[in-house]
Write a protein that binds this ligand. Structure first.
Ligand code: BEZ
Length: 260
């Protein structure tokens, strides 16, 4: 299987910390594999595969899987941890498979492909055989609202330029429309809250920002980063800090669509 290599991710990922402190991202993807229902012998693309944890689970069902991700750091770890599997660096909005596949799977990745969501859906459709499945989960409208509101307030209080948040969290209606306009039939669409304990993040919202919004900290003067993150924690705590620890306010959009 060949792939046109294109723009790598602008996000700098700490792939090892991603697995150790934010392993819930992959763990929560396991039910999505049930929805995918991979069959032995199928060819499947894992779009935005990260470190390949779910790629490995899909391969274990007897499928042939290609993992694609925009981050070289993620792919490096994926290759090291799953030596028998195929991984590629590539752009979700600009990729092409020479041989189409039976299903495209994507967990917690489509919301990073902000530049042109329709281009992503078009590439997925072109990668599928007729009748092929597109099964995915991403952040939905309102995802991480308390986290991002605390960030925007803290940035403003410190006199910093409002950061451009690097995520796309569509409403169910918006994403279903995009899928249908691109030639998919939507068979299932779910939109639900998923409060998620940040068990491995002792510094709570600040740890989350360091992992998922680290690129925004590049524009912050070095001496301001720590007080800014402390302020994010203060602002987010009333909504997200419980006696048991921090809980992120995730909202999910999960769908299964078929190439018409
Ligand atoms: C998410 O999985 O919903 C997500 C993770 C990090 C940043 C933004 C969204």
């Amino acid at each position: 299987m060949a792939l046109r290599y294109d723009t790598p991710s602008l996000m700098r990922w700490n792939a090892r910390a991603y697995d150790s402190s934010f392993g819930y991202v992959s763990a929560q993807g396991t039910p999505l594999i049930e929805l995918l229902d991979p069959q032995p012998g199928e060819r499947i693309l894992d779009l935005g595969c990260g470190t390949g944890v779910l790629t490995g689970e899909i391969a274990a069902r007897g499928t042939t899987v290609l993992g694609l991700d925009g981050s070289a750091a993620m792919i490096e770890v994926a290759v090291a941890q799953h030596p028998g599997l195929e991984f590629m660096i590539g752009d979700g909005g600009n990729f092409h498979l020479h041989r189409p596949c039976d299903a495209v799977f994507s967990n917690a990745a489509l919301h990073w492909m902000v530049r042109d969501p329709d281009a992503v859906i078009r590439c997925v459709r072109a990668a599928l055989n007729p009748g092929g499945r597109f099964v995915a989960e991403l952040g939905g409208a309102g995802n991480c609202a308390a986290l991002t509101s605390a960030m925007l307030t803290a940035w403003r209080e410190y006199g910093l330029r409002e950061p451009e948040l690097p995520w796309y969290f569509p409403s169910p209606a918006e994403y279903a429309t995009r899928l249908e306009q691109a030639g998919f039939t939507v068979r299932l669409l779910e939109y639900f809250d998923r409060p998620t304990p940040l068990d491995e993040c002792p510094d709570g919202a600040a740890d989350w920002v360091r992992m998922f919004a680290g690129s925004l900290l590049d524009d912050v003067p070095p001496g301001t980063v720590e007080p800014l993150l402390r302020r994010v924690n203060e602002l987010a705590a009333p909504a997200l800090r419980r006696e048991s620890g921090w809980v992120a306010d995730y909202v999910r959009l999960r769908f299964a669509a078929v190439r018409a």
